[in-house]
Design a protein around this ligand. Structure first.
Ligand SMILES: Nc1ncnc2c1ncn2[C@@H]1O[C@H](COP(=O)(O)OP(=O)(O)OP(=O)(O)O)[C@@H](O)[C@H]1O
Length: 253
């Protein structure tokens, strides 16, 4: 079966800076997958590459078997929440979402649905300048959900969420997967990821581990411990950049 997401030797350099080197992994349908790495590891660049926002120096990143730009109805296939998407602080949450909904041909009733789904319906008519970081994070998720997409790509979705928000997001993402949707998220919150994801890709420009979370923490070790082991002793990784010959989730063919 065609994976929902495929990075194939994806490499991106900005001048002398190699942001991502030889990243290969796949995301199968219905999985929640975490992309993890320290600051500057290349997480955002990888996600941006997947969405056609940066062009790879070599290799490729595809969604549903092709480049993002080839999707005929991208808003209904891929929902994206990422920093840098502009909001107008003078607009209400409802207005912000309505602009996006109309742009992709959705009825205004869908705005009410995503406001409810993300728990910000009560604040819908307040100007965004008064919204907290956590509420804005939920607004980003609401925007991503508008088209009821098959895949969610979320860059640091827990940033700014309070503990209740983090717990809510975990349940929400698991419910999305249970409904057959696929989630690819980047995060720094290792303890939280441990409770949320099925598979994990740990990167630090290159790949340190790709595979099922359970295979990384199977011996009772915590993800945090394994993460720092991999960062400080990459020889322990036991996973090639391609993920082959390992417990990585590689192409079944
Ligand atoms: N447009 C750009 N031009 C030049 N360098 C860039 C650009 N975007 C990213 N980089 C560099 O690429 C590297 C990876 O950055 P990236 O933002 O992908 O990392 P990250 O893992 O998302 O980091 P963080 O956790 O801090 O968000 C960094 O050294 C960054 O400075």
């Amino acid at each position: 079966m065609t994976p929902v997401v495929r990075f194939d030797a994806f490499t991106k350099a900005f001048g002398e800076t190699v942001a991502v080197k030889d990243l290969s992994f796949e995301v199968a349908a219905g999985r929640v997958v975490g992309l993890v790495g320290p600051n500057g590891a290349g997480k955002s660049t990888s996600l941006r590459g997947l969405l056609g926002l940066v062009r790879p120096t070599s290799g490729s990143a595809t969604v549903f078997g092709g480049p993002y730009s080839a999707l005929t109805d991208p808003a209904r296939r891929v929902g994206v929440s990422m920093d840098g998407v502009g909001i107008n602080p003078a607009h209400s949450g409802r207005r912000h979402l309505t602009v996006y909904a109309r742009a992709i041909g959705l009825p205004d009733s869908r705005v009410d649905e995503v406001l409810e789904l993300t728990g910000v319906a009560d604040a819908a008519n307040r100007r965004l300048r008064g919204w907290s970081t956590g509420m804005r994070q939920r607004l980003g998720l609401a925007t991503a959900l508008l088209g009821d997409p098959d895949l969610l790509v979320l860059d640091e979705p827990t940033n700014g969420l309070d503990p209740e928000g983090v717990r809510w997001l975990r349940t929400f993402l698991r419910d999305q997967a249970a409904a057959g949707r696929t989630v690819l998220l980047s995060s720094h919150m290792l303890a939280e990821l441990e409770n949320t994801v099925d598979d994990i890709a740990i990167i630090n420009r290159g790949v340190l581990f790709v595979g099922e979370l359970s295979s990384l923490v199977s011996d009772g070790a915590r993800l945090e411990e394994r993460f720092f082991d991999l960062l400080t002793k990459p020889a322990l990784a036991g996973v090639g950049a391609s993920g082959e010959g390992s417990n990585a989730q590689t192409d079944p063919q």
